[in-house]
Write a protein that binds this ligand. Structure first.
Ligand code: DOR
Ligand code: ZN
Ligand code: ZN
Length: 419
């Protein structure tokens, strides 16, 4: 440790209401109390300060999919939304199901990321699970229990076998649980019917039945009350299932096509009744280009971007007093850190010094202020509160729209063995 703190956040209102100065040094919080003068400082009076969020479900694309997104654009988008750690999903092209693809992915992220990152391993019956763990995979999945854009479904015997190996390592398995009926799919209404809430619940049941060894499970993007009430393990819900419904969109609007599908307005409201059971809010940031989304509905890829708008939409709910600031901290920072085994960000000495500092006035979301390469958002016109400053490892990396590339850490899993 150097002798001089790097930065002080002054007049921070802590979750309990106490106001303190938070001293940051070498990427950690070193003191919460009053700080001496003479250190670079950000005055947080009248602002809302959150520990940096971990978005534990993003698809950063890159490689041949760089027209949709790449590590630079995706992580700039993350920072502008108060997210300081992104967890990349393995359904890339090529998929992350062998160590060599995994190492290439890590090196692409190291070279281009503007925030901390973790990378998950794919799971197929061919994947060398132990080698992927040693390569530094943070978790295993999302494993597709139903086919989705760029994700082939795994069979039940293969999932059972993989869960045995993942459990032996003490690792986490993250699951995309859906069942898909066949049929023509020309609208958001049919999309919801072919991948129904009831079938999502049945898929959760079947996944639980495959888990004979009590492997630690995390259910990604559950979209219905039935599925949440059936699931065991940790539960993730996306902003799009909390804030959007298919009946508010034009039926052929493929921008709203996503898996699991947007549900009815009534089901969307019901989802909020399970707020206290939701462990994690994660975006499932799945950017596709406007050209791809303008294809006829049936051909258009599924997926909605959201890494930049997730915390801002939730912050607007805080201002409306519908949820608390503590809820956001738990579901987007504390719980994902605990589930993934990442050092938490926060206000206590030793915590990771990642923060986002928000004003208390909402603005309207417009695509032109967002940073994802995909160039569209389904949240146009909705209220949101974007951070003014973002701190990564104790340094200012985003300041009124300007970026400074900071020290980005690769959050490797507990099994990592350096080569
Ligand atoms: O809508 C989705 N898009 N669901 C997924 O599970 C995959 C994702 C993607 O990668 O585009
Ligand atoms: Zn998924
Ligand atoms: Zn996903």
């Amino acid at each position: 440790m150097g002798v001089c703190p790097d930065l002080v956040l002054t007049n921070v209102t802590l979750p309990g209401g106490r106001v303190a100065d938070i001293t940051l040094q070498d990427g950690r919080v070193t003191h919460a109390g009053s700080a001496p003068g003479g250190i670079p400082a950000i005055d947080c009076s009248g602002m809302l300060v959150l520990p940096g969020a971990i978005d534990m479900h993003v698809h950063m694309r890159g490689g041949v999919q760089s027209a949709k997104e790449d590590w630079t654009s995706g992580t700039k988008s993350a920072l502008a939304g108060g997210v300081t750690v992104v967890i990349d999903q393995p359904n890339t092209i090529p998929p992350l199901t062998d160590p060599s693809n995994f190492f290439n992915r890590v090196s692409d992220a190291r070279d281009h990321s503007y925030c901390h990152f973790g990378i998950n391993s794919g799971v197929t019956d061919q994947t060398p699970i132990q080698q992927m763990w040693k390569a530094g995979a943070l978790a295993f999945g999302e494993t597709f229990f139903a086919p989705s854009s760029y994700g082939d479904a795994i069979t039940e015997p293969a999932l059972s076998g993989a869960l045995v190996k993942i459990q032996e390592l003490g690792a986490l398995a993250t699951i995309h649980a859906e069942e898909v009926l066949s049929g023509s799919d020309p609208t958001l209404v049919t999309h919801n019917a072919l991948r129904s809430a009831r079938d999502e619940m049945l898929a959760v049941q079947r996944v639980l039945a495959c888990n004979k060894v009590n492997c630690r499970l995390h259910f990604c993007h559950l979209s219905s009350v039935q599925a949440i009430d059936t699931a065991r393990g940790s539960i993730e819900v996306t902003p799009h299932h909390l804030f959007l419904s298919f009946d508010k969109l034009k039926p052929t609007d493929a921008y709203g096509k996503v898996n699991p599908p947007l549900r009815s307005e009534q089901e969307r409201k019901n989802l909020w009744t399970r707020w206290n059971r939701i462990d994690v809010i994660a975006s499932d940031h799945a950017p596709h280009t406007c050209a791809e989304k303008q294809a006829p509905f049936e051909q258009a890829p599924s997926g909605i971007p959201g890494v930049e708008t997730m915390i801002p939409l939730l912050m607007a709910e805080v201002l409306k007093k519908r949820i608390s600031l503590t809820d956001i901290m738990m579901k987007t920072s504390h719980n994902p850190a605990e589930i993934l085994g990442i050092r938490p960000a926060g206000f206590t000495p030793g915590d990771r010094a990642d923060f986002a500092i928000f004003p208390t006035v909402p603005i309207s979301i417009t695509t032109d202020r967002l940073h994802s390469k995909c160039g569209w958002t389904p949240y146009e016109g909705m209220d949101a509160v974007f951070p003014e400053n973002v701190i990564l490892a104790g340094n200012i990396v985003f300041e009124s729209g300007e970026y400074h590339r900071g020290t980005c850490e690769w959050m490797n899993g507990a099994g990592y063995v350096p080569r």
